[in-house]
Design a binder for this molecule. Sequence first.
Ligand code: NAG
Ligand code: NAG
Ligand code: NAG
Ligand code: CU
Length: 315
Amino acid sequence: MPPPLLTTLLAFLTLTPTATLAHSHLAHILINGQLYHGFDPRPNQPNDPSRVGWWTAATDDGFVTPANYTHPDIICHKSGASPAAHAPVRAGDRVHVQWNGWPMGHVGPVLSYLAGCAGLEGDEAGCTGVDKAALRWTKVDDSQPVLEFVEGAGINGGVPGQRWASDVLIAANNSWQVAIPDGLAPGPYVLRNEVIALHYAAEEDGAQNYPLCVNLWVEGGDGGMELDGFEATEFYREDDPGVWLNVTAGLSSYVVPGPTVAVGATPVPYAEQTISLFEAEGTPVVVLRGTETVPFSGGAAPTAEPRARGRYDRN
Ligand SMILES: *[C@@H]1O[C@H](CO)[C@@H](O)[C@H](O)[C@H]1NC(C)=O
Ligand SMILES: *[C@@H]1O[C@H](CO)[C@@H](O)[C@H](O)[C@H]1NC(C)=O
Ligand SMILES: *[C@@H]1O[C@H](CO)[C@@H](O)[C@H](O)[C@H]1NC(C)=O
Ligand SMILES: [Cu+2]
């Protein structure tokens, strides 16, 4: 057996040929060909004020580790903070999230969650003024089957013989489609798209979670779907079999961490995880009084008028 340092070096060379350049962020989202901007956390990036991607302090394009699964950083990445704008989408549409590249070696699941902002304190401006700790999440996609055993897969820097959801994402030009459930009630929501990279997950605290959030303004849903109420700080445990495992030690299956996908959610199958074409810049909206929207018009978010009635008496 090689000494630990050599093992680590070998694992590094095999699995993460571009580790120093690797990591990523959610660059943008496409909805029916309309493009909305994510947030680029790297220093000196010209971030679009109309972006719908949450601000984060992950200036290295990096990740949150299992030691921080109960820390608010797991909600929407390091010091995550909501932007003013929301991307308009109709229930039943697909939101196509695109990462700024994804390294082959960063194998793992692609998980998607939605949290409604209506009814929470600060919801006058949609998700913008809501305390992220108050968000309650519903898992709408866990990228099943996540891990398939395919001859010839993973030979380009992944894990030989394994095809992961992350490989499907890479093949679709680093993107993933999330179906917005038909049964969602209209209103403001945060979409949390997370890739968990497992290349170092054989080490304690070695998994890498990349949880990135975007704001959506959902229209047209019938509200028939029952939402779950999970807190992001309760999704995962450091010793979950889906986050503390050795992907090169002859895996025979993979257990997806976190809650199960809610009834009424319709994940997009691998066969339909394809490249989405940009047609035009979308027009994001800013939410007013919790119930109306106006097109984003630059600068800061308009100050929302506080509502006279109580916070939870939305009808
Ligand atoms: C958890 O996150 C905080 C804030 O980013 C960081 O300072 C701390 O080192 C992290 N803790 C661990 C154990 O990774
Ligand atoms: C992949 O995505 C990039 C960035 O959005 C885009 O410029 C490029 O045209 C896309 N490639 C294909 C083949 O769609
Ligand atoms: C993971 O499994 C591989 C293959 O069995 C082994 O070489 C490596 O030492 C293991 N890593 C850890 C940290 O146990
Ligand atoms: Cu990385």
